[in-house]
Design a binder for this molecule. Structure first.
Ligand SMILES: Nc1ncnc2c1ncn2[C@@H]1O[C@H](COP(=O)(O)OP(=O)(O)O)[C@@H](O)[C@H]1O
Ligand SMILES: [Mg+2]
Length: 261
């Protein structure tokens, strides 16, 4: 099982879009995938058709601040082999709740114990901050995928992010590794997009996926359909790009072993 935190403290860079569509394409290819929504905005949860109010069902909030086990909150998505651990808006309060807890950074990791055999991939959709919930994801995961918006030159945030990842690695999770940078919202007509991808490659080398995710209006429309892109708009640029990303993720497993969590 690979456990991957999809993280970038900047909002609107395609974390949720990537979690849903990469996860769905991996499931389509026969892999068992669990998507864990760690964002109080709960966009992933509503995208896959689940309610996001606290009255709807138990959620990741109950797992992080209560005695609830992760397997007690899992929901079946409409797709085969794709499951969801839903979030709720109240999750925002979990940051405060956890702030004073002993061992607050390892809560999620502990709750994942015993899950290793059940799935091929755990994908954590992180909130747009480097708060305690994101630290929990970085402590629980083995790997980090960083989606980067290539429409703007904003690589400064990546310095902060990689520094945080390094600190978590040193203090909490020695096996943590950045294994994928995903260039998103790519617009090949502009020099800027190409420049951003060049800079990413200079800095992160072959950690940058060959697949770039092009800007595609179908991807922006997709959440309201409650479907992933390959079902909402088969053959669209967005569908082809996320399918190609899933292929690349699987392909990379032939040449390197990703350790189990
Ligand atoms: N490749 C893309 N082309 C066009 N719109 C996109 C693309 N990727 C994401 N979006 C849109 O950009 C916005 C932010 O994406 P989202 O995945 O919610 O980011 P995050 O989870 O990082 O905040 C959403 O409205 C989403 O539909
Ligand atoms: Mg999001």
């Amino acid at each position: 099982m690979r456990s991957i935190a999809i993280t970038n403290q900047k909002g609107g860079v395609a974390k949720t879009t990537t979690a849903v569509n990469l996860g769905a394409c991996l499931a389509e290819r026969g892999r068992k995938v669990l998507l864990i929504d760690l964002d109080p905005q709960a966009n992933l949860t509503s995208w896959l058709g689940f309610g996001t109010e606290s009255g709807d069902a138990r959620s990741i909030y109950d797992v992080l601040v209560g005695e609830t086990r992760l397997d007690e909150i899992l929901r079946d998505s409409k797709l085969d082999r794709l499951w969801v651990a839903p979030s709720v808006v109240e999750l925002a309060g979990a940051e405060k709740h956890l702030a004073n807890e002993v061992g607050r950074d390892t809560v999620l990791k502990k709750k994942l114990e015993g899950m290793a055999g059940e799935y091929d991939y755990l994908l954590f959709d992180c909130p747009p901050s480097l708060g305690v919930i994101t630290i929990n994801a970085l402590t629980a995961a083995r790997e980090v995928f960083i989606p980067v918006e290539t429409k703007i030159l904003a690589l400064n945030g990546l310095v902060t992010l990689t520094h945080t990842i390094q600190l978590v690695k040193e203090r909490l999770n020695p096996s943590l590794e950045i294994t994928g940078i995903i260039a998103c919202m790519y617009d090949g007509r502009t020099n800027l997009s190409r420049e951003v991808v060049d800079k990413l490659r200079q800095h992160f080398g072959d950690k940058v996926f060959k697949t770039t995710i092009r800007e595609n209006v179908r991807l922006a429309e997709c959440p309201i359909s409650e479907l992933p892109i390959h079902l909402y708009a088969p053959g669209s640029a967005g569908a082809r790009d996320y399918e190609s990303l899933a292929d690349e993720v699987i392909e990379s497993e032939k040449t390197r072993a990703y350790e189990d969590r």
